[in-house]
Structures are given as C-alpha cells and as structure tokens.
Design a protein around this ligand. Structure first.
Ligand SMILES: N[C@@H](CCC(=O)N[C@@H](CS)C(=O)NCC(=O)O)C(=O)O
Length: 208
C-alpha cells in the first residue's frame, strides 16, 4: 500500500496521476504548505521539507520525478514507461530529468527568487532571469514535441507527458500557453483526456 504526501497544485500531482493511471490503492495525505512541511514529523520522512513524499511499505522517498519513474516501473501494466532495453528508454529518461532539473527548477526560482540570493533587492532580477530560462526550456520542449507528434515518445503517453502537464499548470501567464507553445498545449490536452489526471491537475493551485 502506497502513501503519498502532497498538496493541491503541488509537485505531488504527477505521482498521484501515475498512481491513478496504474489503478493501485493508495492513501493521500494532504500537507499544509503554510508550515506543516517543516514539522519534525514530516522532516523525518523528507528532510528537505518539500512535497511530495512517497512511502512504500514504511520506506519514504522524495523527488517527484524519481517517484513517478519508480511507480511507472513498478506498474508496467499502466504502460507509462518503456522497458529498460527499449530504444525509447533514453528519450524517456532524458525528458523526465530535463523537466525536473531544468524546467521545474527554473519555475521554482521564479516563484521563490528570494531563496536564490542573500541580497533582497536582487530578487526581482532573479525572477526575471528565471522566467527567461523557463521560456527557453519550454521552447526546446515545444520544438521536440512538434517533431515527435503528440507525446514525447510519439503516440504513447508516458511519465514525462504527465509531468509536463503538471508543470504547465504552473506556467504564467497560463492563458498564453496555447499561443506561445502550441505543441505543449496539444500534449497537455491529450494527457488531460484521462479523467483522473484532469481532476488532479484541476485542483486549486498551491503556486508551485
Ligand atoms: N524537486 C522537488 C521540488 C519539490 C517542491 O519544491 N515542492 C514544493 C511544492 S510544489 C514545496 O514543497 N514547497 C514548499 C517550500 O518550498 O517551502 C520535487 O519535484 O519533488
């Protein structure tokens, strides 16, 4: 039995979507990001004090993309990860990691620029630079999706598509997504045709 600690609009959405796609039983524990994530009990399972955290048979792990990939591997029947020896595995790993360590990271820098400097007056510039880097990363993804078709791996939805659909909900301004990145928008629309994914991604945003 899985237990996932997350919050509406948070990075816990993608792992929760994977659990739903796999059709497995899990318990969802809502973490109040106004402070609960810094409580000693929570820090004991996630010392960095972030959501999500996944607990499997009493053992905790953090980092949403790693959680998604692990769950997809544990539940191959969901068809969300190519096999280890499949030719698509390289692209699958590449995009999953790019989304979390580049796009997500720049988005978080934009949300919390004050964490990237000890000089308060620099925060605005840092947020602006982060926004530029988000645009660049999104541009690279949009171009790749133009070449592959709907999804990162062609016609089959996999973990990075779900992860991108989650990050897209954080994009600002959200109503510009379709015109700026039409291939990302097309991918997200396709991913959100899964009712449980659409429900989870529609829950009110906790702004990253
Ligand atoms: N790379 C981490 C980032 C997790 C993260 O920053 N989560 C946010 C919510 S989306 C959080 O916990 N924010 C609380 C804080 O930073 O204080 C992951 O994807 O798991």
């Amino acid at each position: 039995m899985y237990k996932i600690y997350g919050g509406a609009g948070s990075a816990g959405m993608a792992p929760q979507c994977i659990l739903e796609c796999a059709g497995v039983a899990y318990e969802f524990v809502a973490v109040d990001l106004s402070g609960e994530h810094r409580d000693a009990d929570y820090l004991a399972i996630n010392p960095y004090g972030r959501v999500p955290t996944l607990v499997i048979d009493g053992k905790a792990m953090f980092e949403s993309a790693a959680i998604c990939m692990l769950l997809a591997d544990r539940h191959p029947e969901a068809g969300l990860a190519p096999a280890n020896d499949a030719p698509e595995r390289a692209q699958y790993l590449q995009w999953s990691v790019f989304l979390t360590n580049t796009l997500q990271e720049y988005m978080l820098q934009g949300f919390y620029p004050e964490r990237c400097t000890t000089v308060a007056s620099q925060a605005e510039n840092i947020a602006e630079a982060a926004k530029g880097r988000v645009e660049r990363a999104m541009g690279i993804i949009d171009e790749a999706l133009a070449a592959t078709g709907t999804h990162f791996l062609g016609n089959a939805m996999s973990v990075p598509d779900i992860y991108l659909a989650m990050l897209a909900t954080w994009y600002e301004p959200l109503d510009a997504l379709a015109s700026e990145f039409p291939n990302i928008e097309r991918n997200c629309d396709a991913v959100r045709r899964h009712p449980a994914i659409d429900r989870i991604l529609s829950e009110e945003s906790a702004d990253g």
